[in-house]
Write a protein that binds this ligand. Structure first.
Ligand code: V47
Length: 364
């Protein structure tokens, strides 16, 4: 069974994978440079099944994007808008409450909430929207604010990141999503998002969150101007951070969607690159418990296939996704609970409905 992997030139890597040994950055380069997707997938699947068996996770969640007004205006982003733009919007506390009320009849377990770096909203607004959500749905887990937003909130509050996170926790914050990481390379940030918090800054916020008992996710935005070396450097920084803190739950590779962005001359990623990023992430991030195939970005069909190429999680029902859809995503706005279960079952995996922290709520 292993012979085709050896014939693909991966004998030494396969030995390491079987022995649960860490892969080097050179190994990672070899993986990325290969188009033998079956050999990559076979090895990634060994790690995936060692860590998560036959389980595939999903969550019943709701996305709320409180505002798209943003001072960073990253070149890869179609969501962020200048305050004066006709497309700019912001929700007040009552609007956020209304969004939560609209779906009170659904068994939503997690609210995922992020927005732009708003020039004027006061610090109290962010505490108020967390409290407002909890007032209406006391049991929901709020996964909110990327490291970039948290750093901005600490500046607004005139407090340390640690003190700010403690106050946000008190107001209802349960964990942080993985956005804003992009690619840590200063070269990429200089070209695509020079106003954004640096990669080091993002990692500092994640480490502080972990020290304060908040789990976070991590992402990488791939498929634009980054090199293989820059992808691997990004993964290595995450792997070393996880060695230190153990606070990351999941890694989510994000496929770049160019439409309506300042980088719209780029083509969309291909299925092979999407699968490769999942498989390589699973193999390199040996200390991350979960790799998510985010169906909004790569489509439900490829996300289903990804469950055999290293991924163990399909994210959730979502509904009203804005960030990728503004950048041209053609995927549905929401996937029903039943559809997710069917996709997972037909992939030969066991559907596990989870909460944000990967406690299993239901199996099917
Ligand atoms: O931070 C922006 C990225 C992120 C584009 O933690 C783009 O579980 C593709 O982080 N094409 C937001 N990506 C989404 C995100 C996320 C989504 C789902 C689950 C989790 C999680 C996190 O989307 C941004 C940015 O990195 N992004 N523009 C674009 N044109």
């Amino acid at each position: 069974m292993d012979s085709f992997v050896q014939e693909a030139g991966f004998g030494a890597i396969l030995d390491k994978v079987r022995a649960n040994e860490r892969l080097s950055l050179d190994d990672g380069k070899k993986l990325y440079e290969s188009n033998n997707i079956l050999a990559l997938g076979y090895m990634a699947n060994l790690v995936r099944e060692r860590l998560n068996g036959n389980k595939a996770y999903f969550i019943y969640n709701q996305h709320i994007n409180y505002s798209n007004i943003c001072t960073n205006l990253c070149k890869f982003c179609a969501f962020g808008k200048d305050k004066e733009s006709d497309l700019a919007y912001e929700m007040n506390v009552d609007d956020v409450k209304q969004k939560v009320r609209e779906r009170l009849d659904e068994p939503i377990n997690e609210i995922h909430m992020v927005g732009g770096i708003h020039p004027d909203l006061p610090y109290s607004y962010y505490l108020d929207i967390l409290r407002a959500i909890k007032e209406i749905r006391p049991d929901v887990h709020i996964q909110a604010f990327t490291g970039v937003e948290i750093y901005h909130l600490a500046e607004l509050a005139g407090k340390t990141v640690g003190e700010t996170l403690e106050e946000l926790k008190e107001a209802g914050l349960g964990s942080m999503p993985g956005g804003g990481a992009e690619v840590f390379s200063p070269r990429i940030r200089q070209i695509t998002c020079e106003k954004k918090l640096s990669g080091e800054g993002w990692i500092d916020v994640a480490k502080t969150a972990h020290r304060h008992g908040l789990n976070t996710n991590a992402t990488m935005l791939y498929g634009h101007i980054e090199t293989i070396e820059e992808r691997l450097e990004h993964l290595d920084i995450l792997r070393r951070t996880q060695d230190d803190t153990g606070g990351f739950l999941a890694f989510i590779p994000l496929a770049f969607h160019p439409k309506n962005t300042e980088m719209s001359d780029h083509s969309r990623t291909t299925g092979i690159d999407d699968l490769k990023n999942i498989a390589v992430a699973r193999l390199m991030l040996d200390n991350f418990p979960h790799i998510k195939a985010y169906w909004v970005m790569i489509g439900p069909k490829l996300a289903q296939i990804a469950l055999s190429f290293g991924a163990d999680d399909m994210d959730g029902t979502v509904k009203e996704e804005v960030i990728t859809h503004m950048a041209g995503a053609e995927t549905e706005q929401a996937l029903g609970h039943k559809t997710l279960i069917r996709l997972i079952r037909e992939a030969g995996r066991q559907p596990n409905e989870r909460d944000t922290l990967y406690n299993v709520l239901n199996t099917y």
